[in-house]
Design a protein around this ligand. Structure first.
Ligand code: SF4
Length: 361
C-alpha cells in the first residue's frame, strides 16, 4: 500500500531501543499510559493492551522519585520501547536512563541550569538514548509569549530550537522534536516551519485534542495535512479517552493516506432508503468482531445491490444486502447467499474461511 503514499521529508536517523526513527523508516505510532506509573502491574497491563492494539512506543509520566523507582520493574516486564516523560527534574531523567528505558522526553531549558543539562546529556549518551524535546503551546516561555503576542507557530519553533541548541552544544544529536498546540492551524504551521529549519525526526500530534469524536476529527485533520506533506516520523493521537482508542484512530489516519496498514479495512455504505437489512448494526458488529485482527484485508459491508456488489467485488470479501438477505462476494465472485437472521454469523464464517484459506496459500 506504500506505493501511493506521500513522499517523506528526509530526516536523520535516531535510534530508540530496537527502532530507528526518521531516515525514511516506518512512521511509528505511539501513546502514553494514563495509569499511575507507581502502580507497576496496572501500568504493565496497559502497556500490553496498547501494544496489542498497535502501539509501537509507549511513553510514561515520571512525576516523582516513586514513579522513577517503578521504572526498573516496568522495564523488566515488557519489550515495548518505553520513553520516560519528565518535567523539570533532571534526577528523574538520570534514574529513567539507569532503569533501562529507551528514550527521554525532557526539555533541557526547563531543568534548572547548564550543569543539570550536562548530567542528563551524559546519562543519555552513556545509555545511547534519544531525547525528545516536546514544546507545548500551554507551557511556552513567558518571553516568547511576549515577543510573539501568544503561542504562535514562530514562538513554538523558537522555543524548540532553544532547547535543541542546548543539546547540540554538547555534541548531542539524537534528538526528536514535537511542537504541539490544541489548534490545528497553529500546529500545522509550526511543524512546516520546523521541517524547514532542522532535519531531526519530528513527532507529530495535536495536543489536548478532546474527547473521542472531536479529538479523532481534529487529530485526523491536523496529522493528515502534515503526513500528506511528508512531515512526521512518529505520531500520537491524543484523546480524552482510554489510550487504546488512540490506536484505531492513528492507524486509520495512516491507512487512509496509504502510508501503513494494520488490521482490516472496513468499507461500509452510509445506508439510504434502499437499505433492506440492518446494515448499521451489521457493519458495527463486523468491526467489533474484527477489532483485534491484525490481518490486512478489505471487507465491504454494503446495503443494497445498486452500489453494493460493485464495492463488495473490489474488496477481498464483502456482503451486499437484498430483501432480507445478504450476498457474499469473495474476490469478485458470489460465494454465498445468507438469509436475514443468519447474516452476521454467516458473514463472519465466510471471513474466517477467507483468512484461513489465505494463510494456507
Ligand atoms: Fe443506499 Fe445501496 Fe448506496 Fe447503501 S449501497 S447507500 S443502500 S444505494
Amino acid at each position: 500500500m506504500e506505493s501511493s503514499a506521500p513522499s517523506r521529508r528526509l530526516t536523520r536517523p535516531v535510534r530508540l531501543g530496537q527502532l530507528v526513527l526518521g531516515d525514511g523508516q516506518p512512521i511509528r505510532v505511539q501513546s502514553m499510559t494514563n495509569t499511575d506509573t507507581r502502580d507497576v502491574p496496572a501500568t504493565l497491563s496497559q502497556i500490553e493492551r496498547l501494544a496489542a492494539a498497535g502501539c509501537e512506543i509507549v511513553r510514561l509520566a515520571v512525576p516523582d522519585d516513586q514513579a522513577a523507582h517503578a521504572l526498573r520493574a516496568i522495564r523488566a516486564g515488557t519489550c515495548v520501547p518505553l520513553v520516560a516523560d519528565i518535567h523539570f527534574d533532571h534526577r528523574l531523567a538520570v534514574m529513567a536512563a539507569e532503569a533501562g528505558l529507551d528514550g527521554l522526553r525532557i526539555n533541557p531549558g526547563n531543568i534548572g541550569g547548564e550543569q543539570h543539562v550536562d548530567t542528563v546529556v551524559a546519562a543519555a549518551k552513556d545509555k545511547g538514548l534519544p531525547i525528545r524535546i516536546g514544546v507545548n503551546s500551554g507551557s511556552l516561555e513567558k518571553h516568547l509569549l511576549a515577543k510573539y503576542g501568544g503561542p504562535t507557530p514562530e514562538a513554538l519553533v523558537e522555543s524548540a530550537l532553544g532547547h535543541v541548541r542546548m543539546l547540540e552544544k554538547r555534541n548531542f544529536d539524537q534528538i526528536k522534536i514535537s511542537l504541539k498546540s490544541s489548534s490545528v492551524p497553529v500546529t500545522v504551521a509550526a511543524y512546516r516551519l520546523m521541517s524547514q529549519r532542522v532535519d531531526y525526526p519530528l513527532h507529530i500530534g495535536i495536543t489536548e485534542a478532546g474527547t473521542l469524536l472531536r479529538g479523532a476529527v481534529k487529530s485526523s485533520v491536523g496529522l493528515g495535512i502534515l503526513l500528506a506533506e511528508g512531515i512526521g516520523d512518529t505520531l500520537r493521537v491524543s484523546l480524552t479517552h482510554d489510550p487504546e482508542a488512540e490506536m484505531s484512530v492513528a492507524w486509520e489516519i495512516l491507512r487512509s493516506l496509504s502510508i501503513r496498514a494494520r488490521g482490516p479495512e472496513i468499507i461500509s455504505c452510509p445506508t439510504c432508503g434502499r437499505t433492506e437489512i440492518n446494515l448499521i448494526g451489521l457493519a458495527e458488529e463486523v468491526e467489533a468482531r474484527l477489532r483485534h485482527c491484525d490481518e490486512v484485508f478489505t471487507v465491504a459491508v454494503m446495503g443494497c445491490v445498486v452500489n453494493g456488489p460493485g464495492e463488495a467485488r473490489e474488496a477481498d470479501i464483502g456482503i451486499a444486502g437484498g430483501r432480507n438477505l445478504g450476498i457474499v462476494f469473495r474476490k469478485g465472485k458470489v460465494v454465498r447467499k445468507i438469509k436475514g437472521p443468519d447474516l452476521m454469523t454467516g458473514f463472519m464464517e465466510e471471513i474466517e474461511k477467507f483468512l484461513e484459506e489465505r494463510q494456507e496459500e
